[in-house]
Design a protein around this ligand. Structure first.
Ligand SMILES: NC(=O)C1=CN([C@@H]2O[C@H](COP(=O)(O)OP(=O)(O)OC[C@H]3O[C@@H](n4cnc5c(N)ncnc54)[C@H](O)[C@@H]3O)[C@@H](O)[C@H]2O)C=CC1
Ligand SMILES: O=C(O)C(=O)COP(=O)(O)O
Length: 388
């Protein structure tokens, strides 16, 4: 079995090295069985019928057409938490940079580096770059997933009072969260009370533009906003008005766009959150393991559009996997294809996620082309694969 992998972004070598020798890298997207991607947008790409899987080496999947992939039986993975520490550390830097005018001070020194009496000038100039401390200040964290929980915990260690809001927090993330984070159930309490607000939610229809004029109206004057999640979470025009009025003292973001890049009191970075050697390695390793487990054994871990399913390795004659719609009466139809010719189904697992489901069947007979055609013809079946 030869498997063709296409990388839409560079993927760290230590991940690629985990792929077996039977895998080869292709530059041709249309030819690929599996795709590895970071932030490259896939929305305008034609998805071929042979494409089985996409692994996003990272967290956010807003660059991938998830529904279109599900409809074509393309399983999309991400790498939960693999770059969270990288982002957390950059957010800590941003918290400090929002408080001390490191950028202004640094630029002043650079501009005056040739002055012979610079050491003397510094003592006169420094008042222009004075700031405040974060100790004792209130930080609101919106979204307590892999990144938000880490940011909340480290901010407590830096002496901040931390307010956390996440109505859908996972059990894992909640376990990792310090009990000293104040549990907020109405996001407006964060807007009203906090000196710093940081957002760590995915870009969804429900979160787009959430930081807008209504939210600013509730906030303290001089609030500092940190956005290391996605630019679309913030309404740019409302942000510019809030910066103009002084409602927002600083907007720290990893997502510059033409509307806010270069705007007064905006400090923007070129999407650096996950750009550390450690995060890139962690994401690549997790993504490549996910692809290998799916392509070689049909097992799904960390998918965002199909359910997680693990049936280990096949010890019977053959394994057939089926991506299908989450509708009644599918399993009896699947087993029927094999049982009517005396084929024993020795193992079966089926799980659903939203409108889609995924089933694995281990069987005691070699499936024929007719069997596969029969399975594929069942209404609601999206993709059938013979693994072994
Ligand atoms: N700057 C960068 O380089 C990076 C940015 N990101 C961005 O950060 C986001 C978060 O990443 P992770 O923490 O790893 O993801 P995660 O999936 O672990 O956490 C997201 C959290 O947001 C919560 N959430 C969803 N809707 C919400 C709402 N309306 N209000 C409050 N909470 C809500 C979820 O319940 C979940 O706990 C990603 O989706 C991505 O957009 C992620 C990694 C790197
Ligand atoms: O993981 C994420 O959501 C990120 O934003 C990181 O993006 P990147 O892999 O650095 O292009």
């Amino acid at each position: 079995m030869s498997v063709k992998i296409n990388c839409l972004n560079p993927i760290a070598k230590c991940g690629m090295e985990l792929l077996p020798d039977t895998y080869e890298v292709t530059d041709n997207f249309a030819d690929a069985d599996a795709v590895l991607v970071r932030s490259a947008s896939m929305h305008d790409l034609e998805l071929s019928d042979n494409l089985l899987a996409v692994a996003r080496a990272g967290a956010g999947v807003n660059n991938i057409p998830l529904d279109k992939c599900a409809e074509k039986g393309i399983v999309v993975f991400n790498t939960p938490g693999a770059n969270a520490n990288g982002v957390k550390e950059l957010v800590v830097a941003a918290l400090l940079m929002a408080s001390r005018d490191l950028v202004g001070g640094y630029n002043w020194v650079k501009d005056n580096a040739a002055e012979a009496d610079i050491a003397k000038m510094v003592e006169k100039q420094k008042k222009n770059y004075a700031g405040n401390e974060i100790l004792g200040k209130k930080l609101g964290v919106i979204g307590l997933g892999a990144i938000g929980a880490k940011v909340a915990n480290v901010a407590l260690k830096l002496g901040m009072q931390v307010y956390g809001y996440d109505p859908y927090v996972s059990v894992d993330a909640a376990w990792g969260l310090s009990k000293d984070v104040k549990h907020i159930t109405n996001v407006e309490d964060i807007y009203r009370d906090c000196d710093y607000i940081t957002v760590h939610v995915p870009a969804l229809d429900s979160t787009k533009g959430m930081i807008n004029a209504d939210a600013f109206a509730l906030m303290k004057d001089g609030v500092k906003i940190l956005n290391f999640a996605r630019d679309v979470l913030v309404n740019d025009e409302d942000m510019k008005a809030a910066l103009d009025s002084g409602k927002v003292a600083k907007y720290m973001t990893d997502f510059p766009n033409p509307a806010i890049a270069g705007y007064k009191n905006v400090v923007a970075f070129p999407h650096l959150g996950a750009s550390t050697a450690e995060s890139e390695d962690n994401c690549a390793v997790m993504a490549c393991k996910e692809i290998k487990a799916y392509i070689n054994d049909g097992n799904i871990k960390n998918s965002v559009n199909y359910p997680n399913v693990n049936m280990g390795q096949c010890s019977d004659v053959a394994r057939v996997t089926i991506c299908h719609k989450n509708i009644p009466n599918m399993l009896t139809q699947f087993t029927g294809v094999f049982s009517k010719k005396g084929g024993n189904v020795s193992g079966m697992i089926s799980k659903a996620k939203g409108d889609y489901a995924y089933s694995i069947l281990d069987i005691g007979v070699e499936p024929t082309a007719d069997d596969i055609a029969e399975l594929s013809a069942i209404e609601g079946v999206v993709k059938v694969r013979v693994i072994k």
